[in-house]
Design a binder for this molecule. Structure first.
Ligand code: SF4
Ligand code: SF4
Ligand code: F3S
Length: 265
């Protein structure tokens, strides 16, 4: 990597909550400072850049012209399609921005469930007509880095893959990098022995919860969720939802807001 020039990046913030960015800036392997100051050139990102208004717009257009075919487009957030007024930035709709910025990109990365599958904005009744990036971008494979948010080191791992190999990583049928999304949360869960033995938490905070039994009967979606939480974990490998006593809610799967037993309208 020391011999390579910094990778130009345009990072869009559309219909999102910014926690994908919050996750990314906490990566420990590699640490963000190394990525940001030595490996990538984050030319445009509404959240972290100092520029605003016309200067910010110029940064994006300069990158699109100067590094055509070389820059990576990273998208955080879903794209509204019902009305151009939703998520209008610099006088252009989110859809126009994505179409324009993806046309000259070397690769397109969709951060999190919002950009990969629509997330909470696309939940029934989806008032803005929220769509994931792969439904708007044409002629290019979109790398769906799933989760709400994705694990910091998974995000950094995808960036490092792009930096090192200059190619799109191997993806599963839903566009997720196989390196991080080929195992179910259930397959790597330390409570799995309890599942196999039929030892379950029956209700939150019961005695079995205190014993650390399996959370399947209180709604755990680990058996149908593909992610690296049981392996890489969160906060530099400290813990993850199940280790904290909460069932997996399937945040790296499409439609988890509508399918989850925890969120009801
Ligand atoms: Fe926030 Fe989740 Fe969307 Fe990321 S995927 S921007 S964490 S709502
Ligand atoms: Fe599977 Fe969830 Fe039970 Fe873990 S807690 S073994 S992921 S059902
Ligand atoms: Fe999400 Fe389940 Fe991991 S809720 S953070 S995929 S344990």
């Amino acid at each position: 990597l020391e011999t390579k020039s910094r990778l130009p990046i345009i990072w869009l913030h559309l219909q999102e909550c910014t926690c994908c960015s919050e996750s990314f800036i906490r990566t420990a392997h590699p640490i963000l400072a190394d990525l940001l100051f030595n490996q990538i050139s984050l030319d445009y990102t509404e959240t972290l850049m100092a520029a605003s208004g016309d200067q910010a717009e110029k940064c994006m257009h300069d990158t699109m012209e100067k590094f055509k075919g070389e820059y990576i487009l990273m998208i955080e957030g879903s794209i509204p399609t019902k009305d151009e007024a939703y998520c209008c930035i610099g006088g252009r709709s989110a859809k126009q921005i994505v179409e324009e910025a993806s046309a000259g990109a070397k690769a397109v990365v969709a951060w999190g469930n919002c950009a990969s599958a629509g997330c909470v904005q696309a939940a029934n009744p989806n008032p803005t007509g929220a769509r994931p990036a792969h439904r708007i971008v044409s002629g290019k494979t979109v790398i769906n880095v799933q989760g709400c948010p994705p694990i910091a080191e998974v995000m950094a791992g995808v960036v490092v893959h792009l930096l090192t190999f200059g190619t799109i990583p191997q993806l599963d049928s839903l566009g997720r990098p196989k390196a991080f999304y080929s195992h179910r949360v259930h397959d790597t869960c330390y409570r799995r022995a309890n599942f196999d033995a039929g030892l379950f938490v029956e209700s939150f905070d019961d005695e079995n919860a205190k014993r650390g039994y399996c959370l399947y009967k209180v709604g755990c979606k680990g058996p149908s969720t593909y992610n690296s939480c049981g392996i890489i974990k969160w906060n530099e490998g400290v813990s993850y939802p199940i280790q904290s006593g909460h069932p997996c809610i399937g945040c790296s799967e499409e439609g988890f807001w509508d399918k989850s037993p925890f969120y009801k309208r």
